[in-house]
Ligand binder design. Structure first.
Ligand code: MN
Ligand code: MN
Length: 468
């Protein structure tokens, strides 16, 4: 039996901002729902390790939920479900609402690209009787983390004749895998004097792909020849076809439960599939929304959202403009009344490295989905800094629906920083705030999130779409 709360305790409860572990607040049924949701999330992580694979997964799932390809000339009715596949690397999922578009869209935007090692345009070479691929890293990585772990190769090759082949090697149990080698400690005396940033250098991220010569005949580069011969037999490709390929080396291991209590998930690519998946599931779960709902899963966030599949391009704006035009609406009005949850991860508090985060403002694992008013660096440079009004609206929505949430900030002042797609949406005259899942070891080959936080993100996007 607990004693009655004192007047002081009651007053503190009333006046203090309190963040609690979601597991202390949720009932058993909700915890079970979160664990079940995360089983499907893990399957998605294992199936969709690249932006192309994520789009293919989403197209298939969207069609199963009755979504059809977007027709730019068509006038859509409330309840209709459409999708727009942008070059197989980004996707817009949309459910038409009952209210006129001019009242705005309920938008969530997450990214499906993750840090990785891309093959260089001309990658293949032989040295010391070994065949290797030269790589160029994509996104912000600590390069030393990418040596000595099993890697798989994903992507496409557009061959001389114009045909495209898909590549996916290293995920099946009987597939070979690849690795970036590192020096043995015995001979690493000089290397160990390098800074951590320089421990493995960009030009040292070379992928080991073969070691057997083509034949016993005299000749040079026989290991490279053997690799090319294998690739020719498997894909009909020759060396110059690498020039028109997008091949990405990513961690080959699968998503796993972390902790004896199985409360967390370790995986490659949580940033930002951990928001992309709940945002997509939320739009799949709604029908007949009041406002038109859109989930945009975009590419190229990790390199600044540039390129025509990134959110700094116009593809989302054109989608909304064409939707508005077919309905005889002005798309500027639609954008001006649009509200957006920019769905991206935040840095979770790590007790091993507490010095970089302000405990009062950092997000913690298991304390729910993180509402991040601003990201950026230095004096809030490179962020959209959401308005008090919009943050106020979103927190009310979360509170009213019993969704566990917390505030988040990307590190102590002047320690570093980062950005999300929020600023590109804000530049379209949209009200936007970042809402996402806290992550440990962000941008590493094996990031960690809490299952309850993933589920709270899903619930947050869903109530946002279902708002009356
Ligand atoms: Mn991100
Ligand atoms: Mn990132």
């Amino acid at each position: 039996m607990s004693e009655a709360k004192s007047e002081l305790e009651l007053l503190k409860e009333k006046l203090f901002y309190d963040r609690r572990n979601a597991a202390e607040v949720c009932d058993a049924a909700e915890i079970e729902a979160a664990d079940t949701f995360c089983e499907d999330y893990k399957a998605f992580l294992n199936t969709a390790k690249t932006e192309r694979e994520a789009v293919a997964y989403m197209v298939e799932k969207a069609e199963r939920h009755g979504f059809v390809p977007f027709d730019r000339e068509k006038q859509y009715q409330a309840g209709e479900k459409i999708y727009f596949n942008n070059r197989n690397k980004a996707i817009v999922l949309c459910v038409i609402g009952k209210r006129p578009l001019s009242e705005g869209v309920r938008l969530s935007a997450a990214h499906i690209d993750s840090p990785r090692l891309d093959l260089k345009p001309n990658p293949l070479y032989e040295d010391g009787d070994l065949a290797l691929f030269k790589t160029h890293y994509y996104g912000g990585i600590k390069k030393y983390q990418w040596a000595c772990i099993p890697l798989s190769l994903h992507g496409v090759v557009v061959k001389k004749d114009g045909t495209t082949v898909k590549v996916n090697i290293g995920e099946s149990a009987d597939d070979p895998q690849f690795v970036v080698t590192d020096l043995l400690p015995h001979l690493a005396g000089e290397q160990m004097k390098r800074t951590l940033a320089d421990g493995i250098r960009g030009e040292e991220l070379n992928l080991l792909i073969g070691s057997r010569p083509f034949s016993q005949d005299e000749g040079s580069e026989k290991v490279k020849l053997n690799i090319l011969n294998i690739l020719f037999e498997k894909y009909g490709m020759t060396e110059s076809d690498f020039l028109s390929a997008e091949l990405e080396a990513v961690p080959a291991f699968s998503a796993r439960d972390i902790g004896l209590d199985r409360s967390m998930i370790g995986s490659y690519g949580h940033d930002d599939r951990v928001c992309a998946y709940p945002a997509a599931e939320a739009i799949f779960a709604i029908s007949d929304p009041e406002f038109t709902a859109i989930t945009c899963l975009t590419d190229k966030e990790e390199i600044g959202s540039e390129g025509n599949t990134g959110l700094n391009s116009s593809y989302l704006r054109f989608f909304i403009a064409d939707l508005a035009k077919a309905n005889g609406e002005n798309y500027h009005t639609v954008l001006r009344h649009t509200q957006c949850l920019s769905a991206d991860v935040n840095a979770a508090f790590d007790p091993t490295f507490p010095e970089v985060l302000d405990r009062m403002n950092a997000s913690f694992l298991n304390r729910g989905v993180a509402l991040t008013k601003y990201t950026g660096a230095r004096g809030k440079s490179g962020t959209s800094d959401a308005s008090a009004e919009f943050v106020g609206k979103v927190r009310r929505l979360l509170d009213e629906n019993g969704i566990i949430w917390q505030c988040g900030e990307l590190g102590k002042v002047d320690v570093g920083g980062g950005g999300t797609v929020a600023m590109f949406l804000a530049s379209l005259d949209i009200d936007v705030v970042d809402l996402g899942v806290p992550v440990l070891s962000m941008h590493s080959p094996f990031e960690v999130v809490s299952k309850l936080d993933v589920y709270m993100a899903y619930r947050a996007f869903k109530v946002f779409f279902e708002e009356k």
